[in-house]
Write a protein that binds this ligand. Structure first.
Ligand code: G1P
Length: 292
């Protein structure tokens, strides 16, 4: 019961960060010193994944370059005796981890992106990480927490968290029946409902463990909220055939799909950073004192 394949839908245009994302992928935007997508890959590896499946588009070559070896850079760092930097470069993709890239030629929504992963995933259970949702560890990385639930119950698991009722229109929203602390069975799931129609304020965040049945259901899923093929709609059908669990994770989530969440992630991860954390804290305290 191991999840070997992790899917990263990274084909989106990243329009909220233009012009920064005009020539480079939004997933390459750094939080302190690592691109967003590297946090996502690290999290998948920490949960035991060995094959990273990226669903990309034509503007995303920087993601492929990032996870490729750069022998010239490595030899310069080695010659200069910069061992720490060399280790950081190696750490981008540890030994034994492979990457597969699949082009999503048309942007028809998250469900469509996930359907594109079928040739790489096949008939295995798999995970999905949305790199925009950066989650700083609680007691362990979130996908590893979810993996524990998956091993216990042997079925699909989706990460959820409470959001303000006024924000339900930004998320997939679930209605659940609790099984044990933090783990519930999903009884209904709706994509981006208006607060007046939301079944709860429990929102899906970008972490899923799914069975491969989802691919066949995505084939039959028509256009949903926002005129897109929604993963949420295929999950609603999956629930009628198999148990789908919601897991309330331990950790702090930053919505790096928008500027404020991205800046918050940089500040908080900067404060926790080994090299600059203390200096950054001093700076922030002094700077905050100058604000009214
Ligand atoms: C996607 C999903 C949504 C989920 C969200 C989490 O929406 O469709 O159900 O709540 O990710 O970040 P997006 O933010 O891509 O519009």
């Amino acid at each position: 019961m191991l999840i070997r394949k992790a899917v990263f839908p990274v084909a989106g245009l990243g329009t909220r960060f233009l012009p920064a994302t005009k020539a480079s992928a939004k997933e390459i935007l750094p939080v302190v010193d690592k691109p967003l997508v590297q946090y996502a890959v690290k999290e998948a590896i920490a949960a035991g994944a060995e094959e990273m499946v990226f669903i990309t588009s034509h503007t995303k070559n920087s993601i492929m370059d990032h996870f490729d070896r750069d022998y010239e850079l490595e030899s310069v760092l080695r010659e200069d005796g910069k061992e720490e930097l060399l280790a950081a470069v190696h750490d981008v993709l540890p030994e034994g981890i492979s990457c597969v890239y699949i082009r999503q030629s048309e942007q028809k929504g998250l469900g469509h992106a996930i359907r594109c992963a079928l040739p790489a995933v096949g008939d295995q259970d798999f995970s999905i990480i949305l790199a925009d949702d950066l989650i700083a560890n609680g007691f362990q990385p979130v996908m590893a927490q979810m993996h524990r639930v998956y091993q216990q119950f042997g079925t699909s698991v989706i990460a959820v968290q409470r959001v303000p009722e006024s924000e339900t229109h930004k998320y997939g929203i679930v209605q659940v029946r609790e099984i044990e602390a933090g783990v519930s069975e999903i009884e209904n799931i709706v994509e981006k409902p208006d607060p007046s129609e939301a079944p709860s304020n429990l929102a899906v965040v970008g972490r899923y463990i799914l069975t491969p049945r989802i691919f066949r259901l995505l084939d039959k899923t028509g256009v949903g909220a926002g005129g897109e093929i929604q993963l949420t709609d295929a999950i609603r059908t999956l629930m009628t055939e198999q148990t789908v669990l919601a897991y309330e994770f331990d950790g702090t989530r930053y919505d790096c799909g928008n500027k404020l969440g991205y800046l918050q992630a940089n500040v908080e991860m900067g404060l926790r950073h080994d090299e600059i954390g203390d200096d950054f804290r001093d700076y922030l305290k002094k700077f905050a004192a100058t604000l009214d």
